[in-house]
Structure formats: C-alpha cells, structure tokens
Design a protein. Structure first.
Length: 319
C-alpha cells in the first residue's frame, strides 16, 4: 500500500478485475493519495465476490470519503450500476453492484466500465485535459475504448457505446472472441502481436532474434512483452512485428477519426506503451486512411495514468 498527504474529502476509486481489486483515494485534482490491492474472488458466489470488493474498500475508506466510483467489468448498465454478465467475473450475473455498495457505505456510488472511466479521468485530469472531443483507446491483452464529448461519457442508447475494440477492419479476418470477424482486438492486441512473432520465428527456425533469447528458445513461450523488450534492444524482427501492428491500428484509428472527428486521441495500456515510438508513424499514415483533411493535426498521445487508470477512472465518475 502506498500513502501520501491529506485524505480529507477524497473520492475512493475502485478497479475490479478478474484477479484483483485495486482501490485508491483520489483528490479533486486527480492525484492518487493512497492505494492498495486485494485479491478478487471471481469464480465463487456473488456474495464472495462482493466481500472481496468490500474488503478492498475497507482497507482505505475514511469518514471523510465523499463517494465511491467503481470500474467494473462489462457488460454492465451504467445507469443502474448493474453488472450483467462479465466473462472474467463469472460470479456476477445481473448483479446490482452499485446498490449493494451504496447500501453498505451510505455514500453515492457510480459504476462504469474501465474504458469509459479511464477516458473520463484522462479528460478531467490527464492527457486530454482541456479537450472537448476525446477518444481513448486502451491497448493491452484486449482493446477497449471510451468516448468523452464535452466532458461527459458517451454511453449511447443502451449504455453499450464505445466498443472500439470490436470494430472490424477485415470482414474476412480471424474470428474474434466476441464472434465477429476481423475485430481490431483479435488483430492488434497483445496476443495477436505474440502470435505474429511466433509465426515468423517458426517460418525461419534459423532466425537469430532477441525475442527467442527472451523466451529461452521456446517459441511457444513468446509474449508481446518479449517483443517489446526485443524491439527496445534493437531487434529487427521485433520491429517488423510492431510495424505490422501499426499497419493494422492506423486504418482503425482512421475510421475513428472519420466517425467522431475527435480533437485528441489518447492511448493507454501496455501495448500502447510498447508502440509509443511509432506514434509519429501512425500520425503520418493517418491521412491515407481518412477523408478528414485535418487528420494529421489531431494529437496522438500516451495516457497519463498508466496502470492506475482504473483507480483514477473510478474516481472521475464521481468528480
């Protein structure tokens, strides 16, 4: 647990994942004052899952806490705070999370998914502060997104808007876990990067690559993180793999620009950090994938909060 400065009047941000619950006290300027983590019980009873969350909340809650904002796994209903049927937290089906937490702690509670909440945190306090039309993408094991227009999350009609990771860029492409073909998630998220590296290494077993060194010679053990480390060390094959990822992400972002006309594009997550050296390359390629004549003027920036996006995002819901 980390701790700093005065906790008076802070908002409690809660980030629920399949294996952990991270909580943090966040002040009204977006500074995380203290944080801790507890294990999540995702595959037991609904009550056990709730108990894991309240144990984490209890580790930081003070009498001065004004409200609790929760990044919960989707799909969910942000209006009611009901978690519907998240694949990575199978203990909750139509679970009234906001109602349960509010009843226990007697403070206002907001619930939303991580992409929406992180987008709001970046708009309130982070890399998109001062911008009106914000697109946020999180690139990691999967690809998620959030849209903030004039300071408010865009939820759409049913609360299911901004599923940017499941926009298809190839209707003949591989089948995504969502059931659609050619989603950007199945093509450019961490597992896809690892798969491309494995395919290239298997195609040429004699290829000397730092990726294989990091995997101790076991192609099957290659991960996207290894590709990123090998690229940082100057490995040509790793660069080739990441450039192919850029080639996939650019038309996706071009579609985003033509649909939303954002005034900033913010990227978060581990894969985004790996691809940061290629941000200028993406911007230079964007005009070829946009009808928007000012596409190359849109800032493409790294998110401010990094691994703390869920905590800051939860707090931003209540700010």
């Amino acid at each position: 647990m980390t701790d700093s400065t005065n906790r008076s009047g802070a908002i409690l941000g809660v980030d629920i994942g399949g294996t952990k619950v991270a909580v943090g006290l966040v002040d009204l300027e977006g500074k995380i004052l203290a944080q801790s983590r507890k294990p999540m019980v995702a595959d037991s009873t609904p009550e056990a899952g709730l108990q894991a969350v309240t144990d984490a909340i209890d580790s930081l809650l003070t009498g001065e806490t004004q409200s609790i904002g929760i990044c919960a796994p989707g799909p969910l209903d942000p209006k009611t705070g009901v978690v519907l049927n998240p694949p990575n937290v199978p203990c909750w089906r139509n679970f009234p999370l906001a109602e349960k937490i509010a009843a226990k702690y007697r403070v206002p509670v907001k619930v939303d998914n991580d992409g929406n909440a992180a987008a709001l945190a970046e708009t309130r306090w982070g890399a998109a502060r001062g911008y009106r039309f914000v697109f946020y993408g999180t690139l990691g094991t999967g690809i998620g997104s959030g849209i903030v227009l004039d300071g408010r999350i865009y939820h759409g009609n049913t609360g299911s808007a901004a599923e940017g990771g499941h926009m298809s860029i190839d209707y003949r492409g591989p089948v995504c876990n969502c059931g659609k073909r050619g989603c950007i998630e199945i093509l450019a998220a961490g597992p896809a990067i690892a798969l491309r590296a494995k395919t290239k290494l298997r195609a040429d077993p004699s290829h000397q690559s730092a990726i294989l060194d990091l995997a101790k010679g076991d192609v099957q053990a290659v991960t996207s993180e290894m590709v990123g480390k090998a690229f940082s060390a100057g490995d040509p094959l790793a660069r080739e793999v990441l450039l192919e990822t850029v080639e996939l992400l650019t038309p996706w972002l071009g579609n985003i620009v033509d649909l939303l006309d954002p005034d900033i594009l913010v990227m978060g997550g581990g894969v985004a950090a790996m691809l940061r050296p290629f941000f200028d390359e993406i911007k230079n390629r964007l005009p070829a994938w946009c009808v928007n004549p000012r596409a190359s003027e849109i800032p493409l920036v790294m998110a401010h909060y990094g691994a703390d996006a869920g905590i800051a995002g939860g707090a931003a819901l209540c700010s």
